[in-house]
Structures are given as C-alpha cells and as structure tokens.
Design a protein around this ligand. Structure first.
Ligand code: LMR
Length: 398
C-alpha cells in the first residue's frame, strides 16, 4: 500500500473554521473566523463595480484562449500604479515588473519559489504572530524561516524595539516579510516614523523587503495604506510586493493577486521577469483570466473606479463602526476595557483571548474565531454584536 503511512493533517486553522461553522447545528452561531467581509445583513456581496465590469466582459469577450504567462500587461501597469502611485519614479524607470498570480497566496508562493530557485536567499524572517499560512508557504517553497517579535501584549501595540533587535541577527541578503498594512492577525501597523526607521534599518543591514499587501484600502485608504511600501521603496532599491484583490474588490474566489518585483534598473527587471515566468509556468502555467479582467476593467474605467472607491470606503467605514460598537458593548457587558480594538486596522481584531477561551466561545456559544484570539470584525453586525459581547464577557469572567 502506497498511502497507508499517511497521517491525517489537522484542519486549516482559518479555512477549517468555516467548515466547522457550516457543520454546527446551533441556529445562533456566528462566524468570525475567516477574513471575509460581510455587510450588515451578514452577506459577502459582489461589489456593484464588479457586476458592471463582468457585464462588460460578458458582452465584449471573444476568446478564452490563454493569457500571457505573467497576465495582461495592462493589469500589471494598473497594479503598479495602485502600489506606488501614478508617475512614481519606479514606474517611469521601468524597474518594477508585475505578474498576475492566483490570489495573494499565489503571489507569496510564486515570489518565494522565485527566491529559492534563483538563490536570492535561503532565509525569510516572518513576524510572530502572523497569518498562519506564511510559515507553510515559506517551507513549501524550500526556504528556512525565522521569526521576529511583532506584538506587545501588555500595550496591545507594536513591539518595535524587540522587532528590530531580533532582526539585527539577520544576515545580509536575508528576506524580511512585512505586512504592508492591516497586519494579520494583530491589526497593528507601524507609524510612518516607524516605517522610516524600518526602511533605514533594512537598507543598512542589506535585507530584502518582501511586503504582503493583502488589504490595501482596508486600513485608512488606498493611498494611505501604501505609505509603508512607498517609504521602503524610497530607501531600498530592490523589494518584492504580493498584492491581493480578494478583499478590496471582494474577488475572493476569483483568485486575483499580483507579484511585483522592484529591481535596481530596467535591465535587471527584464531578467527577473524572465525567471518569474519560469516559476509561474512550472507552478500554474499561466493565470486564470476572469478575475484579472474584472480588476483591469474596474481600475481603468473612470466611472467604475470611482464606484469601487466608494464601495471600498463603505466596507472600511462599516468595519470601523463595528470596532466602536464592539468596544462599547464589551464595556456594557462587563468584559473590561477593549478600547484597543478601535486602534487596530483592517478586518481583524486581536482580542487577547486565549486558546481555552476561544474553544469555550465555539463549544458553548457557537462563536467561531481563530485560535490566536483573532476576531474578524468584518463579520460583526447590529444583530450579532450583543450576543458576541455577552459571550466574550462570560468567557473572560469565567
Ligand atoms: C484570513 O486570514 O482569514 C484570510 O486571509 C483568508 C485566508 O486565506 O486565510
């Protein structure tokens, strides 16, 4: 027997929760696990700008033939403009190249495959805590990973000094994976001054920044959320960025992400993309088209672009409102001071609840949050917030 020795793997710490939630017969169950936006009605909607773009694509598409290995050039251009801003020196100098990958995860994986295959570096430094998949992706790509501290439980803030102290052990040439905004799971981002210091540090220590940019537009705005990336780019001549359109365009199951590699000059960029093409060809051959065409249509049509920005603002503001509501309901329920959730950015709140408390929330209250205590604030609404606050108060006081 070839497969008898294979042991069952544990369920995925995030996507496994959705399965468990679906199987739970509790009529009052609440899913605050996976990072998926839900509106006030508890629905993950297709954005109107996306619907309209799809209509256009349906009417004008004449072929389903393969896309280029790196995707449509227009998609790459629009992604770079979103990341760096129109007219940025990196764009004008043609020293960044972009490749469409299936989702932010695809971009991370293709990026790490490229790092491994081209002997860029053996080691990637990853924040602790982080999105659980980061460690697995690095390992699957054949890279070693080290962890750097990120979160200070006592202050609910960034452990900035400890982070740089630990990273000073990195060897020149090592890769440092950073969350560009809306750090997952903590929701804590560096201030602009801290980004400046991180940028100087990376440059001085000759470390390669790899930015996971999965939540552009969910923190403070499309431009505001790009400041960290742009500050790093102003100091470090080379960097890698993994963008995702899953969240900001609600294209979760279309799997649209992008890998952008910034090089010292145009000639290096041309060589790099030729090798990235091989990483893509061997992993997925070439990218799926539908989601990429949606993004390209929305970002290039002024009317759809404006509609998108309005819809994205609506999602961001609803999440901010839910943070304020949750903090006040928790206070009301006697759970203690959770005001810090109002300072966090993006979809998640790092609640401070421990594994046992998370387990009790699930077993006794039908409330699903990630084992680290991460709550998806984007799943909270006026109807479930009271039950959530009371349940958290009960487990905190137990
Ligand atoms: C999350 O962190 O919940 C999302 O990024 C979804 C995922 O793939 O884990």
């Amino acid at each position: 027997m070839f497969f008898d020795h294979i042991e069952a793997a544990p369920a995925d710490p995030i996507l496994g929760l959705t399965e468990a939630y679906k199987n739970d017969p509790n009529p009052n169950k609440i899913n605050l696990g996976v990072g998926v936006y839900q509106n006030e009605a508890g629905v993950t909607p297709v954005l109107s700008c996306v619907k309209q773009a799809e209509q256009q694509i349906l009417e004008t598409e004449t072929s389903k033939s393969y896309l280029p290995i790196t995707g449509l050039p227009e998609f790459g251009r629009l992604t770079r403009e979103l990341v760096f801003g129109q007219g940025h020196e990196i764009i004008a100098a043609k020293r960044a190249v972009t490749c469409h990958c299936p989702g932010g995860t695809g971009a991370l994986r293709i990026g790490m495959d490229f790092i491994k295959q081209q002997n860029v570096s053996p080691t990637v430094w990853i924040s602790d805590p982080t999105w659980a998949n980061h460690y697995q992706i690095a390992t699957a790509a054949g890279l070693n990973f080290e962890r750097y501290p990120y979160y200070d439980r006592a202050t609910h803030g960034l452990a900035f000094d400890r982070m740089l102290e630990t990273l000073s052990q990195a060897k020149p040439g090592d890769v440092v994976l950073l969350h560009a905004c809306c750090h997952n799971p903590t929701g804590i981002d560096p201030t602009l001054e801290q980004w400046e210091q991180i940028a100087d540090f990376l440059k001085e220590k000759q470390l390669l920044p790899f930015m996971d940019f999965a939540y552009q537009g969910f923190g403070h705005g499309i431009e505001e959320d790009a400041q960290g990336v742009r500050i790093i780019a102003s100091r470090c001549p080379e960097m890698i960025i993994a963008s995702s359109f899953s969240k900001n365009l609600g294209l979760y199951n279309e799997r649209v992400g992008a890998l952008t590699v910034v090089c010292a000059d145009e000639a290096a960029a041309a060589r790099v993309i030729s090798q990235v093409k091989i990483s893509v060809r061997t992993a997925i051959s070439n990218p799926p088209a539908h989601g990429e065409k949606i993004v390209t249509t929305v970002l290039s049509d002024p009317q759809l672009r404006a509609l998108w920005e309005e819809e994205l603002t609506g999602m961001r503001e609803r999440i901010r409102d839910m943070r304020v509501l949750l903090a006040s309901k928790l206070k009301e329920a006697g759970a203690g001071d959770f005001d810090f959730v109002m300072e966090q950015n993006g979809m998640f709140s790092f609640s401070g609840l421990n594994k046992d408390q998370v387990e009790t929330l699930k077993k006794e209250h039908g409330i699903y949050i990630v084992g680290s205590g991460r709550i998806c604030v984007a799943g909270i609404n006026q109807r479930n917030v009271d039950a959530l606050a009371k349940a958290i108060a009960a487990v905190v006081k137990a």
